[in-house]
Each structure stands twice: as structure tokens, then as C-alpha cells.
Design a protein around this ligand. Structure first.
Ligand SMILES: [Zn+2]
Length: 603
């Protein structure tokens, strides 16, 4: 883990040097290109010129788009030539709703989800232990004993015993969370730190698995902690995190930022809408932006107490027009929970839990207070709403605030709607809607920020929770929203889902469950719409369409190069599409193994 952090720092300093080099380059009166990209199948997402085969870049901006012949006059002696090798090029993708720090932190843990056996997990832990100093924790997630090809050689009801794992990690406590989140595995060292022995009783609502150790003939805790019992070890881990020095905490934080950035670039993401950072985190991000240490453009929603927002919104506000890698001009609130755990707030009870309509997680007055702050400080408001009741409450609240702001006594009747559209307030997820609320998004210019991938991931339980009618009329109704005039911002909610836009793009057009049927296919997006939802519409969702979202002269040279044409390959092949290269501000930020953008050679 330390190793990757050092690599991260080297990457960052190289990036700073690259930026500096770009800035000192004189702006030639002949407007020569620094780079010309040729042999490309470019989907510009610009209606004025939707297709092109070449693109010229000067500093961090697009200079011209056309054919190689058309761009020939822009080639000077210093111009570099990149070849896309005939591949598909689009504007850099915009992740419209994710959690940047959370993504980075999830990548700091060992990912055990692909392990085919307990031995593979032991090998992963051994390798992590070899990079750490004694006493440092090893944390992992995603193990599942049912997914292993063979059970551990020495198991108890399919669960492994800790011995082999403890042998490879004698000086590092290990805590590995089960894929379900409902159990954890600890090594001997971690159990000792937690004071766990064979005598430790089961806590209420939990269980430590115990068995006789064949070597000693004595009862012992085998390392598996179910449900609330996992807290016995988790508590010790949390305390250790609290005790880290400020320097160590800072190092961990920077490492998470670096890992999240890398994951974005590897997945063709050049801008990331962060769905909620505290004022403290925003201040840290502003420092990084000032030092040119961000490699992915962030558009951050401020999420904090209304008191903190009131005190700091004016100070932290920044537009991407002034700060190319960090925009802060939106507030995040949340009105309900998620559908899986029956937390989405519904108009009528759950089909499979008739006693519940879900949860209202923040009060309407507190969201209204945030809404007034948004109006006062010229911020967008982005409210998380999943259930149909939650969405209606937010639309009603938005309408009240819009009408109050654009008072009808001062303006002509109904003018508040026209004015409201200029604010571009958003509803995050907008997952389950009552049919009568669908047209209200376009009428008030409210942007639904929806995650294509959530549809196939959640579809398995949507019918159970909502029943057929509510699912058919209002679940992930992309088609109805677009037909009513709304513009959808797409995304993945990473790390809830993998950051891959390919999976979400495919879900948006195919709505196909893993290995199963389609989920109300009539609500699918077309491929051009799915592309817009990840580019131009997403840019509009952050007031950034003059800088991003299409390959248009004057905008940032942010591009993604794909292994195949996302708009025209056979639909079932979409999921196998790979990112070959990602360009941010005219700089190659990622190249897949075996692909070289700048190998075009002769001009
Ligand atoms: Zn989220």
C-alpha cells in the first residue's frame, strides 16, 4: 500500500511539470496545433458536426475538429501526431453521481471478491503483509465461501479456520468483511487485540464461531464473526485509525484520492460529480487544485450541516471556468434511504412489507433551509430521492421555493417556471416516480441524475418491493422522462457500483438483468441518448457545457478512446468495450497496455 502511494506522488509531480510546460507555450498567432489526433472515428456529441476523423489540440483545449486534410494547415514543425488506430473517440465521460473519497477508500482495501479459494485470499493477505510495517492493519472486503471452487482444507461448516491466515500475517491484524456485509473474518493477531478468546460470549444479535482446535484439542474462536459480533474486532480497528498521526492520516487520504483518480482515468472518466463532501474535505480538495495535483476534474456537491453551509458556502464556491479541476457550486441533501433495505420513502406501503412506507431521513424544513441557502448563494441543490413519495416531496419543495423566489406578484403568471429552469436543480437517483410527477421534471427544469447500472443491479427485488404496476409505471423511467423533455445525468454511484461507465451505458440501452430477461425494455435509452447522458447532458447538469460534454473547438481536450464503437457495435458486445486511452486537457492520462496513442510517427 505504501508502494502505490509513492508511485502516486511521482505521477503527481510529473503532471505538475506537464501543466507548467503547457502554460509557458506562447499562443502562436497562426494557431498551430500542439497535437493532432488522426485516424479516429469521432463521435463529437456536437450537433453542428456530429462525426469527424481528426481533432487538433492546443494547450488544454480543442483547436479544431474535422478531417486530417481540413486540419493540415494547423500542423507545424512542433505538432505531435497521435493516431487512434481507427478506434472510436468520444468526449471524456462524466461520472454524474459518485463518491470520490469513498471510491478511493474502497480501493485501499483488498478486493477479495474474485478469489476462487481460501488459499487465494491467504496469498493476497501475505502479499499485503509483506509491504506493511508490523502492527499496521490489513483490511479487505468481498469474500464469499460459496463462491470458492473448493472448501478450505480445514473448515467448519464451510467457513475456514484462522490458522493458515494467521501464519502469513503474524505481525499484522487482519479484518476481512464478507460480501454480504453481515460477517467478518479476523486473524489471530486481531482477535488478541480485541481480547477475543474461546470464553468470549456471543453478543446480542451476533455469534463468534467456535470449534475444537484439532492440534491442541481445545475450544477456540475460529475467526468468523457473524452480524453484531463483527463489532468486537471492528471497534479495535476503528480505535487504531483514530490513533494514527496526522501525517499518516494525511498520507492515507492522499492515497485514496490518487486511487480514485486512477480508477476514473482507467475507465475513461475525465470529470467526476462527487455526491457529497464536507466543507473540510472541500478545503483540502481546493488546496490540491491550487497545487495542480488533481488529475480528474471534480464537480463537488457540498454536504454538511446547514450551519456549516451557511457559514462557508460563499467562501468555497468555485466555478470550473475559474478553476479547471474543481468546481463547487452545488449542495447535497438526502430525503430518504434505499429500496433494498426498505428505506425508500413510498406513497403507499411496500408490497412485501405492508407495515412500512419507508423512511424520511431528513426533515422537510431542514432541506427547505438548505434550498434557501442555495438560492441565496447561487448554488444548485441536489437532493437524494429514491421512493415515489420522496420524489414528490422534493418536487413540491422545489416548486414552493421557485414560486417564493420568483414571486408571481412581481412577474407575469407562470414565469417562475421559466426562471426556475435557469437554476438546474437536480434530484439524485429519481428512481421510483409516480406517473403524474414524471412531467414535472421538464416543466421546472429539474435534472434527474440517474444511474443506469442501478436498474439491472436492483431489478431482482424491485418487483418484490413495489409490485408489478408501480415497477412498470415508475421504476427507472428513462424513456418517459426524456420524452417529456428532461435531460438525464448518468453515473454509477461508485463505490456502490463499479465505476465502469461501460456497464452503466449498456444497462441504459439494454436494461438486461445479469444472465436474465430485460426489465421493462420500453423505458430504455437509445445509444445516442446514453452517450449524451454521460457527456453533454452531464456537463449541463453542472453548468459546464461551455467547457465539456462535446468535442467542440474551445472546450477542454478531454477525450476517451474506446476499443469499439459504442454507438454501432452489436448490442451484446457493448459490455466487452475497453478504454484504450483517456486524455485530460490535451494530456495522455491513461493508456491501456499495448495501446500507444502517440505512435503515429510520420506526419
Ligand atoms: Zn450516492
Amino acid at each position: 500500500m505504501r508502494g502505490s502511494f509513492l508511485t502516486g506522488l511521482i505521477g503527481l509531480s510529473w503532471w505538475c511539470a506537464a501543466i507548467a510546460a503547457q502554460e509557458v507555450k506562447p499562443n502562436s498567432p497562426r494557431q498551430l496545433a500542439d497535437v493532432i489526433l488522426v485516424d479516429a472515428q469521432i463521435h463529437t456529441v456536437d450537433v453542428a458536426k456530429p462525426l469527424a476523423t481528426a481533432l487538433a489540440i492546443q494547450a488544454d483545449r480543442i483547436l479544431a475538429v474535422g478531417t486530417r486534410e481540413e486540419l493540415q494547415p494547423l500542423i507545424g514543425p512542433e505538432t505531435k501526431v497521435w493516431s487512434a488506430g481507427g478506434r472510436c473517440v468520444t468526449p471524456g465521460f462524466i461520472e454524474g453521481h459518485g463518491h470520490f473519497l469513498g471510491l478511493g477508500q474502497s480501493l485501499q482495501m483488498l478486493d477479495l471478491s474474485a478469489a476462487k479459494s481460501w488459499d487465494e485470499i491467504i496469498a493476497q493477505v501475505q502479499s499485503a503483509a509483506s509491504e506493511l510495517e508490523p502492527g499496521q492493519w490489513i483490511v479487505g472486503r468481498g469474500w464469499h465461501q460459496e463462491k470458492w471452487a473448493t472448501p478450505p482444507s480445514d473448515h467448519v461448516d464451510g467457513y475456514p479456520r484462522h490458522h493458515k491466515l494467521s501464519e502469513v500475517s503474524p505481525q499484522n491484524p487482519v479484518l476481512l468483511t464478507h460480501a454480504s456485509g453481515h460477517a467478518s473474518f479476523a486473524n489471530d493477531y486481531a482477535m488478541k487485540l480485541a481480547g477475543v478468546t474461546a470464553e468470549t460470549p456471543n453478543p446480542p444479535g451476533g455469534e463468534l464461531l467456535k470449534a475444537v482446535d484439532p492440534a491442541t484439542g481445545e475450544l477456540e474462536a475460529i475467526g468468523v464473526f457473524r452480524e453484531t459480533a463483527a463489532a468486537l474486532v471492528q471497534r479495535v480497528y476503528n480505535q487504531a485509525q483514530q490513533r494514527l498521526s496526522p501525517e499518516a492520516k494525511r498520507e492515507q487520504w492522499l492515497d485514496a484520492i490518487h486511487r480514485a483518480s486512477q480508477a476514473c482515468l482507467e475507465n475513461g472518466i475525465t470529470t467526476f460529480h462527487d455526491a457529497g463532501s464536507t466543507i473540510g474535505t472541500i478545503d483540502e480538495l481546493k488546496n490540491l487544485a491550487r497545487e495542480d495535483q488533481l488529475s480528474v476534474r471534480l464537480w463537488v456537491m457540498a454536504r454538511d450541516s446547514n450551519e456549516q453551509l451557511e457559514r462557508h458556502l460563499a467562501r468555497v464556491r468555485t466555478e470550473s471556468q475559474d478553476s479547471p479541476f474543481l468546481a463547487v457550486r452545488a449542495i447535497k441533501c438526502s430525503i430518504d434511504g434505499a429500496l433494498g433495505p426498505h428505506g425508500a420513502w413510498l406513497l403507499s406501503p411496500y408490497e412485501d412489507l405492508s407495515t412500512s412506507v419507508g423512511l424520511n431521513t431528513s426533515t422537510i424544513p431542514s432541506i427547505e433551509e438548505a434550498a434557501r441557502l442555495a438560492i441565496r448563494e447561487n448554488y444548485q441543490l441536489c437532493v437524494h430521492a429514491i421512493g415515489d413519495r420522496a420524489n414528490r416531496e422534493v418536487l413540491d419543495l422545489y416548486q414552493r421555493i421557485f414560486q417564493e423566489t420568483y414571486d408571481e406578484s412581481e412577474h407575469s403568471a407562470g414565469e417562475w417556471r421559466t426562471r426556475a429552469k435557469t437554476l438546474r436543480w437536480r434530484i439524485e437517483h429519481a428512481q421510483h416516480l409516480s406517473p403524474s410527477d414524471i412531467p414535472r421534471f421538464a416543466e421546472m427544469g429539474v435534472i434527474p441524475a440517474m444511474q443506469g447500472i442501478h436498474c439491472p443491479s436492483d431489478a431482482v427485488y424491485v418487483l418484490q418491493r413495489l409490485g408489478y404496476r408501480r415497477a412498470a409505471e415508475g421504476a427507472y423511467v428513462w424513456r418517459s422522462l426524456i420524452d417529456s423533455g428532461a435531460k438525464i445525468v448518468n453515473g454509477t454511484d461508485a463505490p456502490v457500483e463499479r465505476i465502469s461507465p461501460v456497464a452503466s451505458f449498456y444497462a441504459s440501452v439494454a436494461r438486461r438483468l445479469p444472465g436474465g430477461p430485460e426489465f421493462f425494455l420500453e423505458q430504455a435509452m437509445t445509444r445516442p441518448e446514453a452517450l449524451q447522458s454521460y457527456t453533454f447532458w452531464a456537463a449541463e447538469g453542472g453548468f459546464e457545457e461551455d467547457l465539456k460534454g462535446s468535442l467542440t473547438p474551445g472546450k477542454y481536450a478531454d477525450l476517451t478512446i474506446w476499443s469499439q464503437d459504442l454507438l454501432h457495435c452489436p448490442e451484446e458486445q457493448i459490455p466487452s468495450t475497453k478504454v484504450l486511452a483517456t486524455v485530460v486537457g490535451g494530456r495522455i492520462a491513461f493508456e491501456a497496455t499495448g495501446f500507444k496513442l502517440d505512435s503515429a510517427g510520420v506526419k
